[in-house]
Design a protein. Structure first.
Length: 131
């Protein structure tokens, strides 16, 4: 966004609401800029910005996760063995408890490490986390 566009957006945002025309922007409050500007104040982040960032994160994450992995959830993880039930419990704790910042799964091939890690990533992506 160049300076002219910023000035145009500022002028549009400072018009009295009675003469505001439909701008065509998704967010009328910030004209899709992501920040609210007022004279003599620091810009404030607009509420629409979080959604925009989540969309960016989702797009970036989708580059990492192929379509076939999108349905990998903790509910679809089949825990037959006791250690797999522990993996599932650890994954749920990781997602729900505060103060848990990392998780590590070690084990032989085919026990579900990838499935459960992708499921965790999918859950995090839904919250807007960058994975
Ligand atoms: Zn906005």
């Amino acid at each position: 966004m160049d300076m002219n566009q910023i000035l145009e957006n500022l002028a549009r945002m400072t018009k009295p609401s009675s003469i505001k025309e439909s701008s065509g922007y998704e967010c009328e409050a910030c004209c899709d800029f992501g920040y609210l500007w007022k004279l003599n104040e620091f810009p404030k982040e607009c509420g629409c910005n979080l959604k925009k960032m989540n969309d960016v994160y989702l797009e970036r994450s989708s580059e990492l996760f192929a379509e076939e992995y999108k349905d990998f959830t903790l509910k679809s993880f089949i825990a037959k063995e006791q250690f797999q039930k522990y993996m599932l419990s650890a994954a749920n704790n990781f997602l729900t408890k505060t103060g848990v910042f990392s998780i590590l799964f070690l084990g032989q091939s085919g026990v579900g490490k990838s499935h459960i890690c992708i499921a965790i990533a999918n859950e995090l992506i839904k919250t807007g986390a960058y994975v």
